[in-house]
Design a protein around this ligand. Structure first.
Ligand SMILES: [Zn+2]
Length: 372
């Protein structure tokens, strides 16, 4: 066996070493740059001269986002015609591809192929995708990088402290630990934050980009309580998102939102109004079912608020009844890409309906009709 293997390897090496070395075009790059028009687009330019006709030009670029498979985009400038003089540009339009958070590092290379099939690759370059109309300041705490431009250093220190507290609490109650530093961009208010991203809903005050390990928040310097709330909440989304990342997104939304709300409590946020809403829903017998808050929350603000209140309550039910270890096992299932139903069954022995029934009983809601 081993002789045959060695033999075939030898043949492979031979073929490789006998491959003809063809003439390589000499390519001179005159200009290779990219222009950021934040948050709309990045324009890549290349100007080069070659001793041979360059038949095709390809732009290859990517970021360090967590992704499924290779995180690389390939683009071919459409109007390029074979020439010894290359002068091309390509626009990366973020309204088409999805927004990039501030602070993202984007790398790129150009690949040129000449008429004999020889390839030339420009050295890898990179740019920092950021809105530089703001005078960004940096405050680093143990695990977090806070970027801000409005308010005092004391205000940011307080926010950073809240962030660190939420991280410790998350580790304490779930076992989920921060692996890599997270960047947090503090805008002066929600409007400024929404302008910085292309698809932020007009009611949002904070956004988590878990695959980029980045949080955006709109926090006026006077609103420290709101600031702590949004930092703890969005930071939890980032950490839980990174921890449970898989190629199949299967984590229930109530679990993600419930955990984020629970972490808000570590920085002194109380959820009295949510508990009142829950009590009213029990009394009026109009609780949403676990199924109804698994995949999407309603657009109706009132129903959405109720979905958040119930999510918190569901997560509390699981913690109080089954403890911390089970929660980590539950999160591990989503990391493995296991479906909600399988994960629930494997860890807690429920399906969505029996979880709904057990939780209703726990909060003192009457059993649903048809439930034994
Ligand atoms: Zn959330």
């Amino acid at each position: 066996m081993s002789t045959i293997l060695r033999l075939s390897l030898g043949v492979l090496f031979l073929i490789e070493s006998l491959a003809p070395i063809s003439y390589q075009a000499s390519v001179e790059v005159n200009e290779n740059r990219a222009l950021v028009d934040y948050p709309e687009k990045i324009t890549f330019y290349l100007q080069a001269s070659s001793s041979e006709e360059i038949e095709s030009v390809e732009l290859v670029f990517g970021t360090d986002a967590i992704s499924c498979g290779e995180n690389v985009t390939r683009a071919i400038p459409e109007d390029y015609k074979s020439s010894k003089e290359v002068d091309v540009e390509w626009e990366f339009l973020l309204r088409r591809s999805g927004t990039l958070p501030p602070g993202t590092d984007v790398w790129w290379v150009w690949k040129l192929t000449d008429s004999s099939g020889n390839r030339t690759e420009t050295p890898r370059q990179s740019l920092h995708f950021i809105d530089d109309t703001f005078d960004w300041q940096l405050h680093q705490s143990e695990s977090l990088d806070f970027h801000w431009y409005e308010g005092s250093a004391g205000f940011i220190r307080e926010l950073a402290q809240a962030g660190e507290t939420a991280l410790s609490y998350l580790f304490e109650v779930t076992g989920v630990k921060i692996q890599e530093r997270v960047s947090i961009y503090i805008y002066e208010d929600s409007d400024a934050m929404q302008t910085a991203t292309l698809f932020a809903p007009d009611w949002s005050g904070g956004i988590a980009f878990s695959e980029y390990r980045t949080v955006l928040a709109g926090v006026p310097p006077g609103s420290i309580t709101w600031g702590k709330d949004v930092v703890a909440h969005e930071l939890t989304h980032v950490l839980v998102g990174v921890y449970t990342f898989s190629c199949v997104e299967s984590m229930p939304i109530w679990l993600n939102e419930g955990l984020a709300m629970l972490m808000e409590e570590s920085v002194g946020i109380t959820h009295d109004s949510e508990m009142e809403r829950l009590a009213n829903a029990i009394e009026d017998n109009d609780l949403l079912s676990v199924r109804e808050i698994s995949y999407i929350f309603s657009n109706d603000p009132d129903l959405a608020r109720q979905a958040y209140a119930q999510s918190l309550s569901l997560v509390e039910f699981l913690f109080e009844t089954y403890g911390q270890e089970k929660m980590l096992q539950f999160l591990d299932k989503f990391k493995q890409g296991i479906s909600q139903d399988r994960a629930l069954k494997d860890v807690y022995g429920y399906d969505q309906d029996s979880l709904n029934a057990a939780w209703r009983e726990w909060i003192g809601a009457p059993p649903l009709e048809g439930t034994p």
